[in-house]
Design a protein around this ligand. Sequence first.
Ligand code: GLA
Length: 354
Amino acid sequence: MFDISVDDFGALPDGREAQLYTLTNEQGMSVKITNYGGIITELWAPDKNGTSADVVLGFDKLEDYLDGSPYFGALIGRVGNRIDGGKFTLDGKIYQLAKNENDTSHLHGGNVGFDKVLWDAETEVTEDGAELHLEYVSADGEEGYPGELTVNVTYRLTADNELYTDYKATTTKATPVNLTQHSYFNLAGKGSVEDQLMMINADKYTPINDVLIPTGKLADVAGTPFDLGEPKAIGAEVNADHPQLKIAGGYDHNYVLNKPQEGEMSLAAEVVDPQSGRVLQVHTTEPGIQFYSGNFLDGTLTGKGGEVYEKHAGFCLEPQHFPDSPNQSNFKSIILQPGDVYSSTMTFSFSVSK
Ligand code: GLA
């Protein structure tokens, strides 16, 4: 059986109230999600002894998210990751979006991305799990993007400790769309993730230039610190003398997933915390995944329960189409046409190893 409860999460500056939804299953897993930014604020998963810990980074209060969050737990859109110069050409027209990263790039949808808006929310218990349905209508011209985009996201907690996320979107004009989820995980619940073992199912990644925009090349991971085909401690080579790691202060790269079939759900990554035995698997229909090792965390943010978030306090695995796709002719297009339906699915599955 499943349980869903709703609590007030506080008021936005314009007076609207945000809610906090708690989805629980019988296997000891629960997840808290607010309709502000669709943010996963807590995710409790059992360890090998059955003891649960909260395995995502975040804040205790809405005010802390409003004060500035590095996208902790949030839904990301209209275009996740970076667009070079915030600029792209579509059907002969040039679009200039906000350059909200160091005045060089457009990052994660702009100044007010989908992580900072209030979504309409409805809950439902189905035979598949406890569900939270979120809807947001992004106006034509919002953050500089063309077309009114209607976005529907369903989070579902299943009986077998899986958090499933489904994204759908439709538009009134051709527009780029690349939606993702920005949870920072720490399978130990606190401290550094450097001892946690990362496997990413990819033979190639997309190297970046000095402002973290893909060069357009696909590089082999073999023989480099980027080779995570076999599980490797995140900290083992995060500081290795590799120019790509120096640029980003660690891993902050898009992996080109090995996929049996384009667009099909497949295993993208598996992370194991040897201490607690917690295992996270990420499956996605997307062709890429951004592995970010929490390089910009620097001890200035204090999160839930007074935990200070130092560098590498969490990692992100963000399923996605490749960064800067609107400007990269050899990357798959992320342009959604009117009449078509954008669709993407991902799961975060929790289990334990001995
Ligand atoms: C993404 C980016 C990172 C960083 C984080 C948020 O993962 O790739 O470079 O911007 O979001 O801090």
